[in-house]
Design a protein around this ligand. Sequence first.
Ligand code: HEC
Length: 174
Amino acid sequence: MFSLKRIIMGLISLFAVIQLVPVNRTNPPEADPIVFKNPQAEALAKRACYSCHANTNSWDWYSYIAPVSWIYIDHVIVGRQKLNFSDIAATMANGGEGGEGMISRAHAEEEAAGGTTAGTQTNAGEIVDNIAETMQEGSMPPSYFYLTHRADATLTAAEQQILVDGVREALTGR
Ligand code: HEC
């Protein structure tokens, strides 16, 4: 028979042990950072998006506590693959064969709709459209991000527009 005390002791030891699992909390060099012309757009992106979409993560306290850290670190890895403000070249290029990024998804959708896509200009447009879309539908930033970053994560419609316009201005003409 397991007593309640043994179960609790067991859970505490398990919690302690999982803290030892190595994790991949990295900030790789910024290979091709976006250059915002509008400082307000830059500040908004940094505040609401950079925790998962740039290589300059401040790695908040909860990123050190398993198992929350595992989920969060995984989201940063996937988030950077889809959209990385520290590596625009990779974000633009990741629509290639087997690409993991949002461009490949956008290409697939466009192909399904009978259209064709080519070139950096199109990719910039797709990135901007996806950013606008995810914020409008409320899927970005993800809802759990509001738990720890409510003030940073909350963008008014006007702020969303400034961010979208700022990214467009920075990406077009590259
Ligand atoms: C807490 C982490 C986190 C934050 C903060 C965050 N994202 Fe994301 N984002 C993700 C993850 C994880 C994915 C990939 C999974 C997905 O598509 O749902 C993603 C995917 C995306 C995509 C690609 C969607 C697609 O499938 O094509 C866009 C665009 C995006 N995010 C924009 C933003 C913008 C803009 C912000 C800031 C306003 C933001 N994100 C903030 C984690 C985050």
